[in-house]
Design a binder for this molecule. Structure first.
Ligand SMILES: Nc1nc2c(c(=O)[nH]1)N[C@H]1C(S)=C(S)[C@@H](COP(=O)(O)O)O[C@H]1N2
Ligand SMILES: [Mo]
Length: 180
């Protein structure tokens, strides 16, 4: 019986720890907050954008987006987000394409200050409906994002599960040609 209780306890403990790691909750979110976003790699104009610079792009509003983890767990929803299209930012940075087929071989990598990274393809962003929903956001309910959300974040709103390509504490977007 004791062993049974102990294993139940261990299971509860493990699932809690697992969930926290999955959702990337940390003790001191303030230390991950980023105040600017760097755009680099295969671009003509490397950019360093603060929130006031992001505001100069055409605004995008998300009234409501459910956040669903890769595991299928529903983590709630985000409401009244304001941001801009990643596509508009990349157009300003101007992706370097030397030959007709170059862009088809490119990845766009979003990196957060805690090391979290997600990958898009150039095609997803510029030549698929996914691109219409990839938003770099900086406001929630009319206020700057909290330390937990990161002052600058990204979300791919048209994904089936929106948790994975939601990037808190966004710090860098890198364009890379990943195949020859
Ligand atoms: N920077 C960063 N962003 C992250 C993570 C992370 O560990 N670090 N975890 C991701 C995972 S696994 C999920 S499910 C969602 C959770 O979104 P929430 O923080 O809004 O609940 O954030 C994603 N964004
Ligand atoms: Mo997740």
């Amino acid at each position: 019986m004791h062993r049974f209780i102990r294993s139940i306890f261990t299971l509860i403990l493990l699932s809690t720890v697992g969930h926290c790691i999955a959702a990337g909750k940390v003790d001191d979110p303030a230390k991950y907050v980023t105040e600017s976003l760097a755009i680099g790699g295969l671009v003509e104009h490397a950019l360093e954008l603060r929130v006031e610079d992001l505001r100069k792009f055409p605004p995008q509003k998300i009234s409501e987006i459910p956040v669903v983890c890769q595991s299928g767990a529903e983590l709630g929803k985000k409401e009244n987000l304001k941001g801009v299209l990643l596509r508009d930012i990349l157009e300003k940075a101007a992706v370097v394409s030397r030959s007709h087929n170059d862009v088809k071989k490119m990845a766009v990598i979003a990196t957060a200050s805690d090391g979290y990274k997600v990958v898009f393809s150039w095609t997803e962003i510029f030549n698929s409906p996914i691109g219409d929903g990839v938003i770099v956001f900086f406001e929630k309910g009319g206020l700057p994002l909290s330390d937990e959300d990161g002052r600058i974040a990204l979300i791919s709103t048209k994904d089936i599960r929106t948790g994975p390509r939601h990037v808190r504490w966004l710090k860098e977007i890198e364009v890379r040609k990943i195949v020859d």
